[in-house]
Design a protein around this ligand. Structure first.
Ligand code: BES
Ligand code: ZN
Length: 963
């Protein structure tokens, strides 16, 4: 019962068939959708021929029967090269629609007998307009089979060409087609983005192919292993510039359909995957530099480039490329590197080979207006995408089930590249906050899943999209870092290099990487690894979760256990390794680094971990392993006392992780809540950012749970007591907030200090903030607020203020000429405490003229983060769910974040009920947010339990600490 729409029928039905020569067969496609649809026996899930969804989703399970019913391409045809010509129209047509026209041909080889050509195609119209044809040619004198009929399969996104007889194995053919598509503002495939320049509306055409949208630009074998070369031609208005993956070869000016146009052709690309293709036609301008004959350019709106906003990106790109060239021991594979800032972009950035696309906030930096945080985001995101130019682009995983290796790898090495570009920032430490702790949080749930999936488990686009999640990115990064740590970085890098050299321009599976690392291990004398890379890594990638390692320093006993946030939750997923891991443990005793110890069983005795008297043990030095640590009570007590007397004796990452481990062990009822709270007592002396941030995140959980209860008063009082010294410290070193501390992380800590202090009512804070904002309102051209403090100050000032403050922010938002400035205002406007302002703002989020589509879900999420906004946002999302999911559900993490944002405070039976009801009412499922919904239900259940069991103890502790 495939949802098959015939767009042409056999010759007998009288459709246009032309045989031009013995070697060429042409069939014109008709758009006889309606007639043919009747023959499809009323399939569920009908879509109109323009592709818009008009009907309920599938409810009955679908059993594939025909080759075109399967989401995976048959293995009979292998593409070799494409000729693709695209002509985007940047003015609407007579119907007010933006469209593009395309001509493409693909040369493919037949490797298995078949009479079918199945090729991806999505929302492309092969219409009856004169000259729109599907042509099959045989190459090298081969006679092509005549075409019997062609049709489109909407469910699996195919164009199917059925032949009268079989293709010859070993022969090559060329399939030519002409088509049109909509140049929609849907942020996927070949799409349109708009902005204004000096009050003039500008339209540009750009692309986003990952994971399955190349097929929306032209018919192609749209799977990552179907690598080919691409000869791209773009037809565009003469005043615009056309870019693609490779360098421009030449251009000519001509007139097409009465329109004067420029035809730009590009050099053939290297052998590459379709998801890495990119096209851009715009009036953007660029700045450039060159490094060993490599052309590096940064592109953006004219005004942004003229204002110098591309300089920082340009300055760091050269060094980062140089770093990876050395690290991988492979030079940059292409002859140019373009990076573009787009006004509308769904994810943060996309690693198209040679033409990387970013959101404006990911690439554009203004030294006088942007914050340190903006700068850090730019250097790390560039570093991430450029890492992919080799790992992912030159060598590509065969299928999306191994996505974790691609994204996890880039998410790990991005810190190395960023560290090289900004050596004073200690970027490598930040992986703890940005990736490891995030991964620990979701991977401790019973609803988690292993990093690695089987190829057969990932088929449909929504299943592919679901792979882009915290586990793939952050756990992937964490386990690869652990691997690099226990192999040592030089060995790891050598293995990577060997892998890249061997598989250049090809595809791999994750085992290929383990094999190449193993080869280097085998050749490295003196390196002790207890099992093969394969055996060790399987335990981290094929079973979900991670262990908590418990060290008893009285006896030297070391043991491991699967860490679950809710110990009563049932893990339904059996593990091939029984939830045990091979664990590399770096550790310290009494301040001295010890030899790495491998825990290879459930329980072991390592007698050198025994200590007495004042002695202490710290395990997981620099948190190089992906696991939590627990100790016997004595060692905990000694670590706590060390924190209070000489906290710098412990590495900064461990100070942060002790807090995170303790809070989570307490939530899992492994240690007492009081012990966890005690790890925050030393903070009054802590001046480093990472431990503070770790503590604030964990205390943040307490705020989420108790903000609406009587615990909140004493909790605030405690926070106030702890933060005050930090606030005073920064007040002094910044000469009353007139300067900014020099260190990168000090700047972050200053922001936290002000933010928390004002939140809990430290004297002088509110006045300070309101004063600054008022000054700005009085003179909008003179913003006195330091860029680092803007997010906090805007948020607090709007929270303290009323409609006047809000409306001023909205005006500044509309006029902002720097994307990151707009972004700070956009999140700050969610801070108001006034319900009608919040409701009005919610309405704005679904109006693309007010809030760009790319920003809708994150704005709703900000509103849900406000204790007053939460119920409003929850109602809003439930009411509009089908619209939101249809229009806005495509961003990377967009839905995942939205579900998380809304449910993070949920901690009552009533809220749990509401959540479950919501889930049940949406039979359509939640697409890429399915896992997020599961996690939300599990977390809410755990929150309810935790609040019930801990409220009294928490109240007592905070009260005692503050009176
Ligand atoms: N390949 C992804 C972007 C992507 C993901 C596109 C999913 C389409 C679907 C890119 O390399 C990436 O990971 N971008 C991140 C930023 C990065 C610094 C983690 C993003 O967009 O948030
Ligand atoms: Zn990535």
């Amino acid at each position: 019962m495939g949802k098959v729409y015939y767009v042409s029928k056999n010759i007998g039905l009288g459709l246009l068939v032309l045989v031009i020569s013995a070697l060429v067969t042409i069939i014109a496609l008709s758009i006889a959708y309606d007639k043919e649809r009747a023959k499809n026996q009323g399939q569920p899930g009908h879509r109109a021929s323009d592709g818009s969804s008009t009907s309920p989703p599938f409810t009955t399970p679908f059993t594939p029967k025909e080759p075109w019913d399967y989401y995976r391409l048959p293995k009979s045809l292998i593409p070799e090269s494409y000729q693709v010509t695209l002509w985007p129209q940047l003015q609407p047509n007579a119907d007010g629609m933006y469209v593009f026209t395309g001509y493409s041909s693909v040369i493919f080889r037949c490797v298995k007998e078949t009479d079918l050509i199945i090729i991806h195609s999505k929302k492309l119209n092969f219409t009856t307009v004169l000259g729109n044809h599907i042509i099959l040619m045989g190459l090298g004198g081969v006679t092509p089979p005549a075409i019997r009929r062609t049709w489109l399969v909407e469910r699996t996104e195919y164009l199917v060409v059925q032949l009268r007889w079989k293709l010859t194995v070993g022969a090559s053919y060329k399939l030519h087609s002409k088509f049109t598509g909509e140049l929609a503002d849907d942020l996927q495939g070949f799409y349109r983005s708009e902005y204004t320049d000096n009050g003039v509306k500008k339209v540009l055409a750009t692309s986003q192919m990952q994971a399955t949208f190349a097929r929306k630009a032209f018919p192609c074998f749209d799977e990552p292993a179907m690598k080919a070369t691409f000869n791209v031609t773009l037809i565009h208005d003469r005043g615009t510039v056309a870019l693609s993956n490779s360098k421009e070869k030449d251009y000519s000016d001509t007139v097409k359909d009465g329109v004067p146009v420029r035809v730009t052709t590009f050099e053939p690309t290297k052998t590459m995957s379709t998801y890495l293709l990119a096209f851009l036609v715009s009036e953007f301008i660029s700045i450039q530099s060159s490094q060993n004959h490599l052309l590096i350019r940064i592109w953006a709106q004219r005004k942004a480039i003229a204002d110098g906003q591309g300089e920082y990106a340009l300055n760091v790109t050269g060094p980062i490329l140089q770093f990876y060239g050395k690290y991988y021991n492979v030079s940059y594979p292409l002859s140019k590197s373009d990076q573009v800032a787009l006004p509308d972009f769904n994810s943060g950035a996309m690693e198209n080979w040679g033409l990387v696309m970013y959101r404006e906030t990911g690439l554009l930096y203004d030294p006088t207006l942007s914050s340190t945080g903006n700068k850090e985001r730019i250097v790390t995101i560039i570093s991430h995408e450029l890492a992919h130019m080799w790992f992912g682009n030159l060598v590509t995983l065969q299928w999306w089930n191994d996505l974790w290796l691609n994204e996890g790898f880039a998410s790990y090495v991005e810190y190395l590249g960023a560290d090289y570009a900004e050596p004073t920032w200690n970027m490598k430490d930040y992986i703890l906050l940005y990736d490891m702790q995030r991964a620990f949080a979701v991977d401790a749930l019973a609803s988690s899943h292993p990093l690695s999936r089987k190829e057969e488990e990932v088929n449909e686009p929504s299943e592919i999209n679901e792979m882009f999640n915290t586990i793939s990115y952050s756990k992937g990064a964490a386990v690869l870092r652990m691997l690099s740590e226990f192999l040592t970085e030089p060995v790891f890098a050598k293995g990577i290099s060997s892998y890249l050299n061997t598989f250049a321009f090809n595809n791999t599976v994750y085992e290929d990487l383990w094999n190449h690392l193993q080869k280097v291990v085998d050749k490295t004398p003196g390196l002790h690894v207890p099992y093969s890379v394969h055996e060790i890594m399987n335990r981290w990638t094929l079973q979900m979760g991670f262990p908590v390692v418990t060290i008893d320093t009285q006896t030297g006993t070391v043991s491991q256990k699967h860490f679950l946030l809710d110990p009563s939750s049932v893990v339904e997923r059996p593990s091939p390794f029984n939830y045990t891991w091979f664990i590399p443990i770096k550790w310290m005793k009494n301040g001295l680094d010890q030899q790495q110890y491998w825990l290879l069983k459930k329980t072991d005795v390592h007698s050198s971990m025994r200590v007495s008297g004042e002695g202490w043990v710290l395990a997981n030095t620099n948190v190089s392993g992906y696991f939590r640590v627990n100790y016997d009570a004595n060692n905990w007590a000694r670590l706590l006392s060390l924190l209070n007397t000489d906290h710098k004796a412990l590495p900064v990452m461990n100070r942060a992780q002790i807090i995170d481990d303790a809070f989570n062990l307490a939530r899992a009822q492994i240690i007492s809540t009081t012990l966890a709270l005690k790890t925050t007592k030393y903070l009054s002396k802590e001046r480093d950012y990472i431990p503070w941030q770790s503590a604030l995140k964990n205390l943040g959980y307490y705020i989420l749970m108790f903000e609406r209860t009587e615990v909140y008063g004493p909790l605030q009082a405690y926070l106030k007591k702890q933060i005050k010294p930090l606030f005073e410290y920064f007040k002094t070193i910044t000469s009353d907030w007139t300067k900014v501390p020099a260190g990168h992380s000090d700047q972050y800590n200053q922001i936290d200090a002000i933010g928390i202090a004002c939140g809990v009512g430290v004297e002088g804070c509110r006045e300070l903030i309101q004063g600054w904002y008022k000054q700005w309102m009085e003179n909008p051209n003179q913003n006195p607020i330091h860029p680092n403090l803007k997010s906090t100050v805007y948020c607090k000032a709007i929270a303290f203020g009323g409609a006047e403050e809000w409306d001023f922010a909205w005006r500044m938002f509309e006029n902002a000429s720097l994307a990151s400035e707009a972004s700070k205002l956009r999140s700050a406007m969610a801070c108001t405490k006034i319900p009608w302002l919040l409701n009005r703002y919610l309405e704005y989020t679904l109006d693309p003229a007010k809030i760009r589509k790319q920003d809708a879900t994150s704005t709703i999420q900000y509103i849900a983060g406000n204790v007053i906004g939460l119920p409003l946002a929850w109602n809003f999302v439930r009411e509009r769910w089908s619209y939101i999911s249809q229009q806005y559900g495509r961003g990377l993490f967009a839905f995942h974040n939205l579900v998380n944002g809304i449910t993070m405070r949920f901690s009552t039976e009533f809220e749990l009920q509401e959540l479950k009801e919501f889930k049940e009412h949406h039979h359509a499922g939640f697409g890429s947010a399915t896992l997020a919904m599961e996690q939300a239900i599990e977390k809410t259940t755990a929150n309810i339990k935790w609040v019930t069991e801990n409220k009294a103890e928490v109240l007592k502790w905070f009260t005692e600490e503050t009176t």
